[in-house]
Design a protein around this ligand. Structure first.
Ligand code: WTA
Length: 651
């Protein structure tokens, strides 16, 4: 190879073996699962499918694979809501709490497995009463209230595929998604509570509906008691439908490969992609990963995934994985700073949360707010922490480990995507020695390789992450567009799934995710990942969050521009900015030192918390902003632009 695919600078040498006490009681504390899976991956997944999932009819073929189309557990029939609810109730666990739900205003609702089953059956009958049938699609646009998982499970019960649309999206996003899926109904709510106030949803649905000809019915859950328009014949109150529906609703016998849900994710073109997930393989892999990655002891644990159900993380690790495993979970409706910046820690303490799963963007926000906030609460029940959504910078990892985990909790840094359906690269907490910032190794049954520009596997250094074998939870396609499916994921490196992420391998074979390859910068011919420079910036004591972009530069092709948010009480000064730049030089080398560093009050993020580097590149290059519709807070960029013209920090 002539030049490195992506250069490899950041060195992180700290290691954390599984704590003794943890490994002693862990579900897995040796390499047996890895060995079993390596010896015969299909047999391994077949065993998981039979142990973790209840089938009406057993499958006859584990895998049919005609690249890029996979069919798992062929011949098997099952029902997801049966697996998530009925079988636990039948086993005498009906009184076990499925969800401790807490609204933002502080109201609460506890749902046992028996109560959840009852409500799901009633709502499933109500949907049937509206004429919905096996094979239909329904859009769900709701806040984080119990009716949201109920609606999803009710769909699975009657063989209707759901398409959950994140509650923060606009009417335009609803139109695109509803029309692409040809949804026959929309399930929504009057609104939900965000930052101490009602945030209305129904008016967005009303604004979308004139442009969505396939929608016949709208179901509205009452949450905020806001005044909303109800159209006679089309719109129905959830509570009225439930009250009039019977509680007996036998689960449909679905085929393993029947569509379970669509989840739209943005692509490079404007049209979002409807990622297709099917029934048997998906449920197997989410149950497997939820059990072993989080070391779930369902009788003792109170598990909390603090994501939104509107994202894949919430589908797999709030709804389907935890319920399939009979877990007790927490669901929280609102924002982490309402009424105070310790809301999450307050909830964790009150419910005795044992496993917490959140995103690096949230962790860096908590760092900015200061470790005094978690210190106000007794978090001693926590025994495991998880991270998902972005590379976690080593300093954020250390902060999470120290100030949330009390130095005693393993952290599972889980790499996966909407497309993969379930976790793919992650430690097993009783087995894997951790390195802060590394997602470590592929899980048992998963096979990943890092390749160079030519698609040849590399043993060390940076390249592209690929997956070399089909996996049960994999996407089965893009709704209505098989060519785009093949072109997006399977054509860049023939025979391999290309995830779109950069990744490096260290001397010990650990995988370090480097962010989206579109974010790789080219500085005088050096291909440097934004993630590594950001980690070096966040490594500086004064820095809470950082984003880095490559802006075009006459001399070096691209120049590194850094945007940093300082921690709580730190004052910005030209000396500090210079010190921060030099810190990168010392930490990873002069080539990676940002040409300029701007101190900013906030960073532009998507609503799932991923930094929108494209917008920062536009600012850095003095361009008008392109599409900002997926931005969580559009005023952020103006603030940055105003600051960027005032600041300094050049060579
Ligand atoms: C990124 C979220 C590094 C990655 C489940 C991936 C990560 C994209 C990690 C998928 C991680 C997710 N380390 N990067 N642990 N987890 N990513 O579809 O770039 O919202 O391709 O799924 O997030 O985002 P998505």
């Amino acid at each position: 190879m002539t030049e490195p695919t992506i250069e490899d600078y950041f060195v992180e040498n700290r290691t954390f073996p599984p704590p003794r006490g943890f490994a002693d009681t862990a579900l897995v504390s040796d390499r047996s699962l890895y060995e079993e899976a390596a010896a015969d991956p299909e047999a391994f997944w077949a065993r998981q499918a039979r142990e973790l999932v209840s089938w009406f009819d057993d499958f006859h073929t584990v895998l049919e694979w005609e690249l890029p189309f996979a069919r798992w557990f062929v011949g098997g029939t099952l029902n997801v809501s049966y697996n998530c609810l009925d079988r636990h109730v039948e086993a005498g666990r009906g009184d076990k709490v499925a969800f401790h739900w807490e609204g933002e205003p502080g109201d609460t609702r506890t749902l046992t497995y028996a109560e959840l089953l009852d409500e799901v059956c009633r709502f499933a009958n109500a949907l049937k009463g509206l004429g919905l049938q096996r094979g239909d699609r329904v859009a769900i646009y709701m806040p984080m209230i119990p009716e949201l998982p109920v609606a999803m499970l009710a769909c699975t019960r009657i063989g209707v595929a759901h398409s959950v649309i994140f509650g923060g999206f606009s009417p335009d996003s609803i139109i695109d998604r509803v029309n692409d899926a040809e949804a026959r109904a929309v399930i929504t709510a009057d609104g939900g509570f965000r930052r101490g106030a009602p945030s209305l949803l129904k008016p967005n649905v009303d604004a979308a509906l004139p442009s969505t000809p396939t929608v016949e019915h709208v179901v509205v859950a009452r949450r905020t008691h806001s005044d909303v328009d109800m159209v006679e014949g089309r719109d129905h109150w959830y509570h009225e439908l439930i009250a009039g529906a019977g509680a007996d609703c036998p689960p449909e016998r679905m085929h393993a490969e029947d569509l379970l849900y669509l989840l739209y994710t943005s692509g490079t073109t404007a049209k979002p992609k409807g990622i297709m997930h099917t029934t048997g393989g998906y449920l197997t892999q989410v149950a497997f990963t939820h059990r072993y990655v989080f070391d779930l002891h369902p009788d003792d644990d109170v598990y909390w995934c603090a994501a939104d159900i509107g994202w894949v993380t919430g589908h797999s690790y709030i709804v389907y994985g935890p319920l399939a495993n009979g877990a007790t979970s927490v669901i929280y409706e609102g924002t982490p700073d309402t009424p105070g910046r310790d809301r999450l820690w307050d909830i964790a303490e009150r419910y005795g949360v044992t496993q917490l799963y959140t995103a690096p963007t949230a962790i860096r926000t908590f760092m900015k707010w200061g470790h005094e906030e978690p210190a106000k609460h007794d978090l001693s029940k926590l025994r495991l922490l998880g991270s998902v959504g972005e590379p976690i910078n080593p300093e954020a990892w250390m902060w999470y480990h120290t100030h949330v985990g009390g130095g005693r909790c393993p952290i599972v840094d889980t790499w996966w995507q909407t497309e993969t359906g379930a976790q793919m690269i992650s430690p097993l907490p009783g087995v894997t020695e951790l390195k802060p910032g590394s997602a470590t190794f592929p899980l048992p049954g998963i096979s990943a390789e890092v390749v160079d520009d030519h698609g040849d596997p590399i043993e060390r250094g940076g390249g592209y992450l690929t997956l070399t074998r089909p996996w049960p939870g994999m996407l089965r396609g893009i709704w209505g567009d098989p060519e785009r499916y093949e072109a997006t994921y399977w054509s860049r490196f023939p025979g391999r799934y290309f995830a779109g992420d950069g990744c490096k391998l260290d001397d010990d074979g650990y995988l370090w995710l480097l962010g989206r390859v579109d974010d790789v910068m080219n500085i005088s011919g050096h291909r440097i990942s934004t993630t590594e420079v950001e980690s070096a910036l966040v490594d500086h004591d004064a820095v809470a969050e950082a984003a880095v972009v490559g802006a075009s530069d006459d001399v070096t092709g691209q120049a590194i521009i850094g945007y940093v948010i300082l921690k709580g009480r730190v004052e910005a000064s030209p000396e500090l900015v210079e010190e921060i730049r030099q810190h990168v030089s010392v930490k990873i080398g002069p080539t990676a030192r940002p040409k300029r560093v701007f101190v900013v009050p906030d960073l532009p993020k998507t609503r799932s918390g991923k930094i929108m580097r494209r917008l920062l590149r536009d600012v850095a290059e003095g361009r008008d902003l392109g599409d900002t519709t997926t931005l969580a807070d559009a005023t952020v960029v103006d603030a940055i632009r105003a600051g960027a013209s005032a600041d300094a920090g050049e060579d």
